[in-house]
Ligand binder design. Structure first.
Ligand code: R5P
Length: 301
């Protein structure tokens, strides 16, 4: 990719270096600091004139600060005369607020997309975006946008470590059926989709587990935040006599000690990616993203 230059925000430095190594595209370094009052400063160092610049940024943990950082980098490379700005967001934030659930709420998913577009972004790539009430990413963004899936890679990874025999693939809620389907295409399995009721930020109720169980189950979801969703399913599966329960998710936010709580609850293993840097990632999405750039005719090569 001769005319593609990568650069990155502080949310995805390690991943951006991996993508650069795999794709052979150079990585323009970014100097960052904060002014004494908390405002951010960035300076991009590299030759981007006339080139497509892919800015890799994951929006985990402090999405607001990371969005401003992304916008500053996008403006910097525009100022340096780049041809196009491609936003590469392995983890896209604010996607779960995809409806005004109550009067007076913001439609955050669209607001976040509008801010990305307003930063001068020409195209977007992301991975396993939380699509629920919006069916496709193109309903959220007004610019070309691609939603890749890490589910086949995660499923392959599970197969390498899986026990012999049948596995029950479990989705905690209706929106998880898309990810369960993708996993079931790789793993020969019986699938079930449960019902989830969210009672609060840290409280969920899950129902729908019944009948005879396999000895092994795999809980599939797009993300773990507090871990409550997976934990509730895990508890129910264990109570039903399932011996081995693994969890497979793309985005591991793992806040408030979620991983320890899941291990204490009897989770055998967590199979996850590096869309958000975390010590449990066994699958990198770097090849997936590098490959997508190579196949995208819109990227100037
Ligand atoms: C929401 O429906 C998502 O797909 C996840 O199930 C949810 O965000 C997980 O959050 P937590 O780990 O806090 O239950």
């Amino acid at each position: 990719m001769r005319n593609l230059v990568l650069t990155c925000g502080s949310g995805a430095e390690t991943l951006a270096r991996r993508i650069s190594q795999i794709s052979g595209s150079p990585l323009a370094e970014v100097t960052r600091r904060h002014f004494p009052d908390g405002e951010q400063y960035v300076r991009v160092c590299g030759d981007v004139k006339g080139k497509d610049v892919a800015i890799v940024q994951s929006f985990a943990f402090s999405p607001d600060r990371l969005l401003v950082e992304y916008s500053l980098i996008a403006d910097a490379v525009r100022g340096m005369g780049c041809r196009r700005v491609i936003g590469v967001f392995p983890y896209l934030a604010y996607a779960r607020q995809d409806e005004r659930f109550s009067e007076g709420e913001a439609l955050s998913a669209k607001v976040f997309a509008r801010l990305i577009e307003a930063s001068g972004t020409d195209a977007v790539y992301t991975v396993d975006m939380h699509l629920h009430r919006f069916q496709t990413i193109t309903e959220v963004f007004r610019i070309p946008a691609t939603n890749l899936s890490a589910m086949p890679l995660l499923a392959e990874n599970y197969l390498q470590r899986a026990p012999d025999g049948r596995v029950l693939v479990v989705g905690p809620d209706s929106e998880s059926s898309q990810w369960v389907k993708a996993v079931a295409e790789v793993i020969p399995s019986v699938c079930t989709i449960l019902e989830k009721e969210r009672l609060g930020d840290r409280e969920v109720r899950v129902s729908g587990i019944s009948g005879s169980m396999c000895s092994a189950a795999l809980i599939v979801d797009d993300m773990i935040s507090t871990g409550k969703t997976i934990l509730e399913v895990l508890k129910k599966l264990k109570k039903s006599g399932v011996e081995r329960v693994d969890a497979l998710v793309t985005h591991s936010l793992l806040v408030e000690g979620a991983y320890s709580k899941l291990k204490e609850g009897g989770m055998n293993s967590l199979i996850t990616t590096d869309t958000i840097e975390n010590e449990h990632a066994s699958v990198s999405v770097a090849p997936l993203l590098a490959d997508a750039f190579m196949r995208d005719s819109a990227v100037d090569r």
